[in-house]
Design a protein around this ligand. Structure first.
Ligand code: CTP
Length: 410
C-alpha cells in the first residue's frame, strides 16, 4: 500500500479532512514538507479509530504554524523548547505540529537531547517500526513513507524495535510494547522481547521517574483490556521493579468481577485498586509514593485498606443508612470496587443513597425555635439517615421526624 489518501478521507470527519487539505495546500505554497506521523498513521492502516493527528514539519514548525494561523480563529500553543506547536480548533480537533528532530540519550532512561533532524532521523528515533511511518500531506497527499518495514510488521501484527538499545534509551517503551500488544492483539518479536527482559533485568525501570512510570501505568489501565495488560506486566515480573513487595498473584482474577465502567469514577484508579487489594497497607503506600500519586490518590488506597477491614464488621443485610455511613467517606472508585468484589449492597450508595437530600434546612429548625448549635448538625444527620432508610418521603414528614426526635431527646 503506498497511497492512503482515500482511506484517510473515508475515515475522517469532514472538519478534519478540510483542515488537512487546507494545511497541505498551505505547505505546498510555502514549499515546505509536512507529514502525518506516529499513532495516527498506524491506526489509519489498521482502520482503528483515532483522530489524534500528529504532524512533523521539515524545518521550523513554530514559524510555519504562526504563518498558517494568521487571521484564523484558532488557539495556538507554542513550545519553543520542543520546537512544537499545538493548534486547538475545537474539543475534537486539536493537532500537534513538531519540527523533525533527532534524539541522543545522554544516559539510560534519561530524557533525550533533541536537535534538528531529517524526516528519516525523526522516524528512526521512534519506539517501534509500526509507529515509525509517515504520510505526506503535500501535493502527493497520502503517500506512505516507511523506512523500516513498519507496514509489513503492522500487517503481520508484530511489535519490533529499531535497535538493540531502544529500551535502554527509553524503558517506558516496555509499557508501550504491552499497550500495543494487548490493544491490537499483536506479538512482540522475539529479539524485542529479549531486549525488554534484559532491560528489566538491568534494573532500568528503577531509573525512571515516578511521573513517567505512573503515566504509562495509567495509560495501560485505561485500555480496553486492563486485565490482560496487567497480566502481561505480571508475567514480565515488572511490578517487582516498581516495588520489591509488589506481588499481584490471585488479584488478577478480581478483574473478572469488575469489568463494568462508570462515568463518575476515575477509570484508571478503579482498575489500579485490584493490584493493591491484597498487599499490605504499608506496601501500598510505598507503591503510591513510587508512582508519584497525588494526596487524593494515596488516600484512596489507604481508604481501600481501611474499608476492607471495616467491611468485615458490616452486618449481613445492612440497613441503607448503615451502607450510607459506611460509604460516605470513601472515594467512588473504592465504593464501586468493593461493591463489585465483595458487598453488592454498597453499589446502592452510588446509584441511590448518595443522591438523597433533605428538603428542610437549618432555617426550618430556626423557625421551630430550636436553639442554634451543634444540635442542628445532629438533627439534620438523623433526619437524613431516616430518609435514606425510606422512613420519610415528604417535607412534612421530615419536620414531623424532627419534632419526634426532639421529643425523644428531651
Ligand atoms: N513515541 C516514541 N517513544 C515513546 C513515545 C512516543 O517513539 N516513548 C513516538 C511513537 O512514534 C508514537 C508517537 O511518538 O507513535 C506518539 O506517541 P503517543 O501519542 O504517546 O502514542 P501513540 O502511538 O499515538 O499511541 P496511542 O494510540 O496510545 O495514543
Amino acid at each position: 500500500m503506498s497511497n492512503l489518501s482515500s482511506k484517510i478521507l473515508e475515515r475522517l470527519p469532514k472538519r478534519h479532512s478540510e483542515f488537512l487539505r487546507e494545511l497541505g495546500v498551505f505547505a505546498d505554497k510555502k514549499k515546505s514538507k509536512l507529514y502525518l506521523v506516529g499513532g495516527f498513521v498506524r491506526d489509519i492502516i489498521l482502520e482503528y479509530p483515532n483522530l489524534d493527528m500528529d504532524f512533523v514539519f521539515v524545518g521550523d514548525a513554530i514559524s510555519f504554524v504562526s504563518n498558517f494561523t494568521k487571521r484564523k480563529k484558532v488557539e495556538v500553543k507554542k513550545y519553543p523548547e520542543f520546537n512544537t506547536a499545538t493548534l486547538v480548533f475545537s474539543k475534537n480537533l486539536r493537532v500537534d505540529i513538531a519540527s523533525c528532530r533527532k534524539e541522543k540519550y545522554p544516559e539510560p532512561a534519561a530524557l533525550p537531547l533533541v536537535s534538528k533532524g531529517s524526516l528519516r532521523q525523526d522516524l528512526m528515533r521512534r519506539d517501534f517500526t509500526i509507529n515509525s511511518m509517515a504520510i505526506s500531506v503535500n501535493k502527493n497527499f497520502g503517500r506512505l513513507i516507511d523506512y523500516s518495514n513498519g507496514y509489513e510488521d503492522l500487517k503481520k501484527g508484530i511489535i519490533r524495535v529499531h535497535h538493540e538499545k531502544s529500551f535502554v534509551d527509553d524503558p517506558t517503551r516496555i509499557f508501550r510494547a504491552i499497550r500495543f500488544k494487548v490493544r491490537y492483539g499483536f506479538k512482540i518479536e522475539s529479539n524485542t522481547s529479549k531486549l525488554m527482559r534484559k532491560a528489566l533485568h538491568d534494573k532500568l525501570i528503577e531509573k525512571l521517574t515516578p511521573v513517567r512510570i505512573k503515566h504509562e501505568l495509567v495509560l495501560l489501565l485505561e485500555e480496553k483490556y486492563p486485565k490482560e495488560a496487567m497480566a502481561n506486566l505480571e508475567k514480565l515480573g515488572l511490578f517487582l521493579h516498581i516495588n520489591k513487595n509488589f506481588k499481584i498473584g490471585d488479584s488478577l482474577e478480581l478483574y473478572d468481577e469488575i469489568d463494568i465502567r462508570r462515568k463518575d469514577i476515575k477509570v484508571w484508579l478503579f482498575y489500579f485498586l485490584p493490584l493493591v487489594y491484597s498487599t499490605t497497607l504499608a506496601t501500598s503506600i510505598e507503591i503510591g509514593k513510587r508512582l508519584g500519586f497525588t494526596k487524593k490518590e494515596e488516600e484512596a488506597i489507604i481508604k481501600l485498606h481501611i474499608a476492607k477491614e471495616r467491611l468485615k464488621k458490616l452486618p449481613k443485610d445492612p440497613l441503607p443508612s448503615k451502607v450510607y455511613t459506611f460509604c460516605r467517606e470513601l472515594p467512588g472508585e473504592v465504593i464501586y470496587f468493593l461493591s463489585s468484589v465483595s458487598k453488592k449492597e454498597l453499589g446502592q450508595y452510588l446509584d441511590k443513597y448518595s443522591k438523597v437530600r433533605l428538603e428542610i434546612t437549618g432555617k426550618d429548625l430556626k423557625k421551630m425555635n430550636i436553639e442554634e448549635g451543634p444540635i442542628y448538625k445532629e438533627i439534620l444527620e438523623k433526619t437524613l439517615l431516616a430518609k435514606v432508610d425510606g422512613k420519610i418521603k415528604t417535607k412534612e414528614k421530615e419536620l414531623e421526624f424532627v419534632k419526634n426526635y426532639l421529643g425523644f431527646k428531651q
